[in-house]
Write a protein that binds this ligand. Structure first.
Ligand code: TRP
Length: 335
């Protein structure tokens, strides 16, 4: 198939910290898998990151290259995927302004992900306005590339629904079809729990295994993972429901038969937590060791990474500018 005919993916992350196993299983894996089949754009969403980090621009700036490094290390291939920086694409901010007129405040208030985040971040009545409207900036990201598919974690599904609402409103009001509806691609593995088993893996909860963690750190984290508190002696029967070790084996071990055997053994009694955790550590290392190796190689030359991102940004800028032009024409903003 010629490159022009390929369907388009637009996806990405906020540069606020290193990516973790939840990101890997939730979306990175799909992005790596699909990158040859689709024309893939990956946004380093620094504008979005600033919506709750206005006082921390250094943090955002520092994490732009770290995120690029994470992408390259997991196997995103810059020859086929286009990695770019959001703030270097003016069309994205401009589209956001036009789209803001097509949604109501009430609609924005209903976004469940934003609601959760506002609660988690404890904004109270001091929600930054930019944060409140970031879903619309994300609509601009997605529509600017006319993306057919968005591989993201389950928490991002409301953003896709919001995108399609704006697309329909825009096309209806301006009697056009320049914008296209999109679809979320969510992993078939349910959202990964954190090490403590209490909540989903999330940086702000400090319950993560990062893709860039050293083997020692990974081991230490696996050893303190939540299991079954009632499973005291090796010979005791243990529970696998809510047991983070088995949840991770389900998510990461490709040998399903082996996992089934271990589960049976654990439930029957006779499989100790330490043994199960040592096995999980090996499974995780099979995934993480090659990522770590690649990371080490790429990290030697940060200038090269920036070059890759800048080149991607130039390509992304052309595509987004073209859409902006069509959008303005549809609205009759041609002077
Ligand atoms: N909201 C995403 C996150 O929290 C980041 C993001 C910004 C994004 N723009 C996007 C994801 C467009 C998919 C598509 O990580």
């Amino acid at each position: 198939m010629a490159k022009e005919q390929k369907k388009i993916i637009l996806t990405g992350d906020r540069p606020t910290g290193p990516l973790h196993l939840g990101h890997y299983i939730g979306s990175l894996k799909n992005r790596v898998k699909l990158q040859n089949e689709y024309e893939q754009y990956i946004i380093i969403a620094d504008l979005q990151a600033l919506t709750d980090n206005a006082e921390n621009p250094e943090k955002v700036q520092k994490n732009v290259i770290e995120l690029g490094l994470d992408y390259l290390s997991v196997g995103i291939d810059p020859k086929v995927s286009t990695i770019f920086i959001q703030s270097l694409i003016p069309a994205l901010s401009e589209l956001t302004m036009y789209y803001l007129n097509l949604v109501t405040v009430a609609q924005l208030e209903r976004n469940p992900t934003v609601k959760d985040e506002m609660r988690q971040k404890g904004f109270g009545n001091r929600v930054p306005a930019g944060f409140f409207i970031y879903p619309i900036s994300q609509v601009a990201d997605i529509t600017a590339f006319k993306a057919n598919l968005v591989p993201v974690g389950a928490d991002q599904v409301p953003m896709i629904e919001q995108t399609n609402e704006v697309v329909r409103a825009f096309n209806r009001i301006y009697k056009t079809n320049v914008l296209i509806e999109t679809a979320a691609l969510v992993s078939d593995v349910p959202r990964l729990s954190g090490l403590d088993g209490k909540a989903k893996m999330s940086k702000s909860l400090e319950n993560c295994i990062y893709l860039s963690d050293t083997p020692d750190v990974v081991k230490e984290k696996v050893l303190r993972m939540y299991t079954d508190p009632g499973h005291v002696h090796v010979k005791d029967p243990g529970k696998i429901e809510g047991n983070v070790v088995f949840e991770y084996l389900d998510a990461f071990d490709l040998e399903k038969k082996k996992v089934a055997e271990l589960k049976e053994n654990y439930q029957r009694g006779g499989l100790g937590d330490i043994k199960a955790k040592e096995y999980l550590f090996e499974v995780l290392e099979d995934l993480l060791a090659p990522i770590r190796e690649k990371r080490k190689e790429f990290a030697k030359d940060p200038a090269q990474i920036m070059k890759i991102i800048k080149k991607g940004t130039a390509k992304a800028n052309e595509k987004a500018s073209q859409t902006l032009k069509e959008v303005k024409e549809a609205m009759g903003l041609v002077y």
